[in-house]
Design a protein around this ligand. Structure first.
Ligand code: ZN
Length: 60
């Protein structure tokens, strides 16, 4: 179980989101699915946020 992966609300400060995601604030952008914050720019982009990806990995 990995319930620690949570959606990062779009109102979250980019600096805080960057710290959670392990990237820089300039790389932060909205998830294409839930609009939560994820790594959208630069190298190693993740257009689907960690919370959505974790959900995908679980059985429906
Ligand atoms: Zn998402």
């Amino acid at each position: 179980m990995n319930d620690s992966v949570r959606r990062i609300d779009p109102s979250t400060d980019p600096g805080s989101a960057a710290a959670m995601l392990g990237c820089t604030p300039s790389q932060i952008g909205p998830c294409v699915r839930c609009q939560g914050l994820t790594v959208r720019y630069g190298s190693n982009t993740q257009p689907i946020c960690p919370a959505c990806r974790t959900r995908d990995e679980r059985p429906a």
